[in-house]
Design a protein around this ligand. Structure first.
Ligand SMILES: Nc1ncnc2c1ncn2[C@@H]1O[C@H](COP(=O)(O)OP(=O)(O)OP(=O)(O)O)[C@@H](O)[C@H]1O
Ligand SMILES: [Mg+2]
Length: 326
């Protein structure tokens, strides 16, 4: 894989922590959804965040779009602490540059509005163009996301499109404001298998040709490897392994990454070759919890793992892992 480390860092997160209250009883009754999470999004690069349900993937994206506040940690946008960037440039400007695409394209489109309206609206809100220029821009955006014929598509309503076409509209709407970053939260998981690759290839085009940075949230480490230059594997709010996608997927070191990869069906192999994992419970992580969150399911776990999760070890260029048993 090419070394893309000299690409400019657009968005970075350092030692992010997010706690949620458990129920309404007491402010001390907390669960820790993200623990000491750090990563960078570079210009024109995709970072895949991979992990099973509840690992804290969407929480990270929601903090970056300021839907949630962080409990601790730092966020930098274009080299500046996010708060000071927003103070100078305003939250609308940050929202313009950091767009989000959701899993359910139907839920994120308004059934009473035409496709034209969905794409014209952000152009107006963010004052991207004068009234006369808007139709041309809407058609250009529809062309960019591969929705033809553009004029007929613009007149349609969300229910008249397929799931894949609706996701393309959601992408066009995000593109309308010329974002630097797109946070894509499981953008293909609700789509028919036959159209998933088309959406991934469209996003790859936007990344490679237009320099947009992507955070690609997924359960599926196979699509992470296909689409993203970098992959970070999360388990119960912790980043357990991260680095160049090729290295993480070809030489996985953490038992959890190995488990995820063993569940990927491979061409030419009959059935799945899934690795065993203990049937331990997925722990409820609390601010006071310690050790490695995967210990209860890990076949390598020892006493040490119940006590601590080690600092990251770099096992090859940019490839890090947090495991006591390397
Ligand atoms: N608003 C909230 N209030 C309380 N707990 C929350 C809230 N949002 C998320 N959580 C909890 O934080 C943890 C991480 O949730 P998150 O949605 O980030 O997981 P995820 O990795 O995106 O999972 P999935 O793959 O199912 O989307 C979960 O245990 C979830 O219940
Ligand atoms: Mg999620």
């Amino acid at each position: 894989m090419q070394n893309t480390n000299n690409h400019e860092v657009i968005l970075s997160v350092k030692n992010m922590v997010k706690d949620f209250p458990l129920g309404q009883s007491s402010s001390n009754n907390l669960m820790r959804a993200m623990n000491d999470v750090s990563f960078e999004l570079r210009k024109g690069e995709a970072l895949a965040i991979v992990g099973e349900s509840g690992s804290g993937k969407s929480t990270g994206a929601r903090i970056l779009t300021r839907i949630y506040d962080k409990t601790a940690g730092d966020i930098y946008f274009k080299g500046e602490p996010l708060d000071s960037y927003i103070k100078k440039n305003g939250s609308l400007e940050y929202a313009r540059q950091v767009q989000m695409i959701f899993q359910d394209p139907f839920g994120s489109l308004n059934p009473v509005h035409s496709i034209y309206h969905h794409i014209a609206r952000p152009l107006t809100i963010h004052k991207r163009a004068g009234k006369e220029a808007i139709p041309t821009l809407v058609y250009e955006l529809l062309e960019m996301v591969g929705l033809f014929p553009v004029k007929e598509t613009a007149e349609k309503y969300p229910h008249e499109l397929s799931g894949g076409q609706r996701q393309r509209v959601a992408i066009a709407r995000a593109l309308a404001v010329s974002p630097e970053v797109i946070l894509a939260d499981e953008p293909i998981s609700m789509l028919d298998v036959s159209v998933r690759l088309g959406i991934l290839n469209l996003m790859a085009d936007l990344k490679d040709k237009h320099g947009i940075s992507f955070m690609y949230i997924t359960h599926d480490i196979a699509t992470a490897r296909y689409f993203a230059e970098k992959t970070a594997v999360m388990y119960v709010g912790h980043m357990v392994e991260w680095g160049p996608s090729d290295s993480v997927t070809q030489t996985p070191q953490h038992p959890y990454t190995q488990l995820l990869l063993s569940a990927v069906p491979e061409a030419g192999k009959s059935g799945r070759r899934e690795l065993g994992a203990k049937k331990g419970e997925i722990p409820l992580w609390r601010p006071s919890s310690k050790g490695c969150p995967f210990a209860s399911r890990c076949y390598k776990a020892s006493e040490k793992c119940a006590e601590s999760i080690p600092a990251p070890t770099m096992i090859s260029e940019g490839h890090y892992v947090r495991c006591n048993h390397l």
